[in-house]
Design a binder for this molecule. Structure first.
Ligand code: IVH
Length: 699
């Protein structure tokens, strides 16, 4: 299909497009296709025929196939189901809807159970019962019942707010309008998956074909498209189904265990999928094996197994980390694999100089996505697999993970294929590359003179979790850098001076330039944690950036402290390494960043251009620990280290790794050593674990 003009009018052949034209057209197609989706799904008023619509999508796919790197995040190819229909009101979930961490191997599952035990401070062999349930591939929904009546239902949305699809949900047979039986809490939010059976999916597509309408790619898309209909009678005709598996806000507990809660939900009128209560990891894996083997025979799509801690008091203690619960994990079925040819191994230079080998592949479809590049990780990995250019390789895509080369098909090796020799010079700047002892990565020593590092740093700077500048994608950063429009991060905020030059660029018009400049202007105010993350200091990810921002509050204070911390004997250095989560090697990288005069210039420049907002301590309930620094030492009898830390942090405390004059409390367990002694010397309040728990409970 690639290269064939998709429409009869005078569009250039895909093979003739320049990269810039391709990027512009992909942006246009993303907007156009989204608009037609909206017209079709939400308004039921398509403006173009299905054939013309398909032609747009094919053109988009063909351009992406030729320029895989230009594929957009909002590519119509990546979007599942209909885009949110305008016209649905938003609902804020009383309790956020979480997502699940993934396990891909038996080892991951073993580690999950071990992690649960460690967190709960249980012995290595203590029994932990887990409920294993099929992981349904549909869309998650929250249903709210008040006094036994269904009052509202919403999609997951971004986890915090979803779309109000109450009226559509009322049409589902498996969603009771009134709760059955007795004993339900006055407020009950039931969560579960709306899905379409395979049989209904096939029948629906047949009806669509007969009516000359669009068919759906898979049951999940069909379910999503059918639920997000402004006209509930359309939803009603689609025979959607619902499995319950969790809950949100409840005014009274649903039981002591998940087994009890599931029984209750079933008594009150919900359909639950068959699960299995597992006593051991072996039981869990057996359920996974059984289900994977029987998967094709089920009348609905599943993509793995979810394991959940059965005891609900433990569930409460385990809580969540960022957006996923600690008490559950999704064990996915084997990743999809495909064979293709490794055409070339390219060495990419990252923003901190790491050289990463990337496999360029003959494009191949894996699990519905066209893959043309995969990671080869590092030199050792290439050597271990003896991957050579020209080899036939097996690639694997698991979930959202970057595709990987998992196998080299030795029998298909072409004659004369040569072993790959890892370069000892940076392909971007020619500087020497080194591989330090104990490290797997080669690193370019070019630092600031290396253009690849400079560009990668800029890409990171504008990326989603950093400055998040809409319209300034990676390709633009590269183009602007090459043309000298942006050399340093500060240049981004001076881009308006180059308005004329921007307008001259291919693919840019007055509107897109104005939009970009407005997006940049809108990002001149930034919180300190985002700012720190954007700097791209080695090892400083989002979590560390947050810790630093919370510790130092303002850019000025952070800079002053880092200046003082250059002296490793200083209190400032002590404070830095005392942040739980900042080890000595990370401290080295942070101080290394400040030691470089160019970096300090970049900071001066940005400080003058931006409004960097100070970060205050996270808002929490007022407690005896709010704003206090707590150190845990020794073996705690009931709390695991992580749980203790999580508990203290949830009460507004900062948890530090060592005792100093800034410590407010030291909580001592059994066999506490030097830290307890130091606390006594410094006159810091010492608490036993019991005392800590009592104070925590009174909060
Ligand atoms: S329990 C995270 N159980 O999988 C909150 N989730 O990939 C507890 N899912 O967002 C979820 N089947 O939409 C749970 N039996 C099951 C599930 C299930 C499908 C979905 C759910 C979740 C997603 C995470």
């Amino acid at each position: 299909m690639a290269g064939k003009p998709a429409r009869k009018n005078a569009l250039p052949a895909v093979d003739d497009l320049t990269e810039i034209e391709a990027a512009a057209e992909l942006a246009h197609l993303a907007r156009e296709i989204a608009r037609h989706d909206q017209l079709y799904y939400a308004k039921d008023a398509p403006e173009i025929s299905d054939a013309d619509y398909d032609a747009l999508r094919q053109r988009n796919a063909a351009i992406e196939e030729r320029f895989p790197d230009l594929a957009r995040n909002d590519s119509p190819n990546r979007r599942v189901g209909a885009s949110p229909a305008a016209g649905f009101k938003k609902i804020t979930h009383a309790v956020p809807m979480l997502s699940l961490d993934n396990a891909f191997s038996p080892e991951d599952v073993t580690e999950f159970v071990a992690r649960v035990r460690r967190f709960l401070n249980l012995g290595a062999d203590a029994p932990v019962e887990m409920m294993a349930e099929p992981k349904i591939d549909g869309l998650s929904i929250s249903l709210r019942y008040e006094d036994g009546r269904f009052v509202s239902g919403a999609t997951r949305g971004d986890g915090t707010t979803g779309e109000n699809v109450t009226e559509n949900l009322r049409t589902l047979d498996e969603i009771p309008d009134r709760l059955a039986g007795k004993g339900w809490p006055a407020v009950l939010e039931v969560r579960g998956e709306v899905y379409m059976s395979k049989r209904e999916f096939r029948a629906l597509n047949e009806r669509q074909v007969a009516a000359g309408a669009k068919t759906f790619a898979n049951p999940r898309n069909a379910a999503a498209g059918s639920l997000r209909q402004l006209d509930a009678s359309v939803t009603a005709s689609r025979r959607l189904r619902f499995f319950g598996y969790a809950w949100g806000e409840v005014s009274a507990p649903l039981g002591k265990t998940l087994v009890e809660a599931r029984d209750n939900l079933a008594r009150w009128g919900f359909t639950l999928n068959d699960g299995r209560l597992c006593g051991t990891v072996e039981d869990m894996l057996a359920f996974h094996r059984d289900l994977e083997a029987g998967r094709a025979g089920l009348d609905y799509d599943i993509d793995g197994v979810v394991y959940k801690v059965n005891r609900l008091d433990w569930v409460g203690r385990l809580g969540q980390v960022s957006r996923s619960p600690r008490w559950a994990i999704a064990h996915k079925f084997a990743a999809e694999r495909a064979e293709t040819v490794l055409e070339k191994i390219e060495i990419q230079v990252g923003r901190t100089g790491t050289l990463t080998p990337v496999a360029h592949l003959t494009p191949v479809t894996v699990g519905g996505v066209v893959v043309s590049r995969a990671t080869l990780h590092n030199e050792d990995e290439i050597r271990r697999r003896d991957a050579r250019e020209g080899d036939t390789v097996v690639i694997q895509r698991a979930g959202d993970v970057i595709p990987q080369v998992v196998e080299v098909v030795a029998a298909k090796r072409p004659k004369g294929a040569k072993p790959f020799v890892f370069p000892d010079h940076c392909p971007a700047c020619g500087s020497l590359a080194v591989r330090e002892e104990g490290e797997v990565a080669w690193r370019c020593t070019g630092g600031l003179i290396c253009p690849a590092q400079a560009v990668e740093r800029l890409k990171h700077f504008v990326s989603r979790d950093a400055f998040d500048i809409e319209g300034l994608g990676e390709k633009h950063v590269e183009g602007f850098w090459q043309d000298g429009l942006i050399k340093t991060p500060g240049d981004i905020f001076r881009l308006e001076r180059h308005r004329a030059a921007l307008l001259e660029r291919e693919g840019w018009g007055a509107k897109s330039v104005d939009n970009l400049l407005a997006a940049i202007e809108g990002r001149k105010q930034v919180s300190l944690d985002r700012f720190i993350y954007a700097l791209g200091i080695r090892q400083v990810g989002e979590a560390t950036a947050k810790l630093l921002a919370r510790t130092y509050h303002s850019l000025a204070a952070w800079r002053a402290a880092m200046g003082a911390a250059e002296d490793r004997a200083s209190e400032a250095f002590g404070e830095l390494t005392n942040i739980d989560g900042v080890g000595p090697s990370m401290a080295d990288d942070i101080l290394g960043f400040f030691a470089e005069p160019h970096n300090r210039e970049v900071l001066d420049d940005l400080d003058a251009l931006l409004d960097i907002t100070d970060v205050s301590a996270p808002k929490t309930v007022q407690s005896p620990f709010t704003g206090k620094t707590v150190v845990f030492t020794g073996t705690l009898a009931t709390l695991g280290r992580k749980e203790a830390k999580a508990r203290a942090e949830s009460l507004g405390a900062k948890v530090a790794g060592s005792v100093s004059s800034k410590t407010d409390y030291v909580v001592v367990g059994a066999d506490a050593g030097s830290k307890a002694k130091k606390a006594a010397e410094l006159g810091v309040t010492v608490l036993s674990e019991d005392e800590f728990l009592k104070m925590a409970e009174s909060a």
